[in-house]
Design a protein around this ligand. Structure first.
Ligand SMILES: [Zn+2]
Length: 77
């Protein structure tokens, strides 16, 4: 498999954190997905896309276990 963006061949399945935004919060979802090591492009298969959609839906409900890992801050000028 070659990267569609940079045509590099160095694509390996890695553990990455996908960001899902819920209200003002960003929630990291750990997933395994092929990533191009040259340009960083991620290749999601259908199962992963469906999983992320499901998680996004689940995160709308409050009875899911989340751990705070830090804050997301914005520069105010
Ligand atoms: Zn690439």
């Amino acid at each position: 498999m070659r990267c569609l963006i940079c045509h590099g061949e160095d694509i390996q399945t890695k553990q990455v954190r996908e960001e899902i935004k819920v209200d003002k919060n960003i929630i990291y979802i750990p997933i395994q997905t092929p990533v191009c090591h040259t340009c960083g492009e991620r290749y999601y298969d259908r199962r992963t896309v469906r999983y992320l959609e499901e998680m996004e839906h689940k995160l709308q409900s409050s009875n899911i276990h989340l751990q705070e890992v830090g804050k997301v801050l914005e520069l105010v000028e």
